[in-house]
Write a protein that binds this ligand. Sequence first.
Ligand SMILES: Nc1ncnc2c1ncn2[C@@H]1O[C@H](COP(=O)(O)OP(=O)(O)OP(=O)(O)O)[C@@H](O)[C@H]1O
Ligand SMILES: [Mg+2]
Length: 539
Amino acid sequence: MRRVPELGLGFRDAENYKRKENKELFERIFLRTPELGRLCEPSSFFLIGEKGTGKTAYAVFLANAEYKNNVATLRYIRETDYQKFVSLKRTKNLTLSDYVSIWKVIIYLLLAEQIREKERRNPLFKGFLKFDKLSGVIDQYYQHAFSPEIQHAIQFAEEAAVTAGLIAAGLGASDKISISSSESKFQINLLYIENHFEDALRSLKLAQSHILFIDGIDIRPQSVGYDTYLECIKGLGNAVWSVNNDFFAGIKGSKGRMRVVLLVRPDIFNALGLQNQNSKVRDNSVILNWTTTYPEYRRSPIFLMADQLLAYQQDVGNPAPGSVWDYYFPYDAKNVRTAVQSPSSFITFLRYSLYRPRDILTMLSIQKENFIEEGRDASGVFRYEDFTTPAFTRKYSDYLLGEVRDHISFYYDLNDYEKVLKFFQFLDGRSRFSYTQYLKAFTRYVGFMKRNSMPIPTFCDTPDNFLQFLYDLNIICSKVDSTNSGSRFFGWCYRERSPSNIAPKVRLGVDYEVHYGLMKALDLGKHFLVDESTLDCER
Ligand SMILES: Nc1ncnc2c1ncn2[C@@H]1O[C@H](COP(=O)(O)OP(=O)(O)OP(=O)(O)O)[C@@H](O)[C@H]1O
Ligand SMILES: [Mg+2]
């Protein structure tokens, strides 16, 4: 087996696997879960998952190589793209429907470019007159130098008067319109462009299916206000729905299909406010959910993902599932009631995690880093104490808090994040508390902000809203005793979320507990001796 200091543990963010030198590695470590198959179905338009659950990973995997007759590309929306929208909104007075139209043009243009690029060497791909003419227009507009990034595609829509004119001339279109640069015609020009793209795309007979993934809507750049941002991504959400459902789904006679898939966090999907949201989640989304139970964990994808990462790099061919994990982590988790045959060390990883691949990968890389920093015998393996050293606790809770900060940044400014953390000082060191204790802490917290003339953030407008906010962030869970079975029920947002309940509500009036991995960072747990042996979170 490889020695610990030499273990390769991959990257925490899957964006890195887009790079040429990492593609082969990713091909070997990527776990093909049933979600991958679902993502390849023509009805999947949204890929929904909490932070670090693998949204980018699934898209990168499909973009890196052809898979089951699907070819894909992944495009990111960057900060500068949003700024472009902000200035467009100012100059052209955009409404939601303008945003939808602009996004449709961007989607069509990027997909057309993808098809051109991927089918270039395919001898059967020819003779589609309308598409060829449109390609000519794209080349003419970009002077043969179109780089298929959203940033450049926006320009095509922004200069709708020019591009619609080029299309009219290039296609010798019989439906010539009076192309005008006046703002009032902006929408009409966009519609004209849209129609011609649809004609051209409809005329294609594709052998393979083409998927365009759009990523990067979950982090709002601080330079763009929340309302403007939301409006822009609402336009995108509606455009994704509309091109897939109203246009691509209706194309007949082509074996290969076209599709655009939006990568989105569940709370943001909820904020998009799409019509008939529930049925869109059920019928047109793939939800990434890695939860498992302690008795089941050995067969769970999250365990197999970690085991595969360790196993691929060993010299021994085809080790038995779990065996490489057991070699590196040959100890038992504490306080596990379920009988387990193999070392149950992975349960400790689960306890510290929110059941997200990134959490597990981060724990592994921190423990490896500490192993090296401590100068341990390189032929040794990991041990239970690797979780209890201050170096681990500090680094890991910094990571978890970083994820919380990113999550919040979508809605609020960075100083609001500091305010959220302040609340925990009013719990007097408690990591477990009742509703009454919570209300008292909340009153003191708001009193503190008022006394210090700090503006009260909107998430603090009522105690129950703030409780819901902490629950949405997976900082706290609710805890209910079951009188019948004598067991306890732990209500975590990430566990309670389901296709039929995309935005679960926190239970009021019960007991609560702060996530185990965050206690140290929030300076909690003093009222109880909190180590793993006091945990009763059997799942
Ligand atoms: N099926 C899988 N097999 C192997 N590794 C995976 C799988 N799914 C996710 N991962 C790994 O988990 C990590 C986090 O995934 P990723 O970066 O895709 O999360 P994300 O949902 O895009 O998060 P964010 O919302 O922060 O962008 C990556 O290192 C990725 O390689
Ligand atoms: Mg991502």
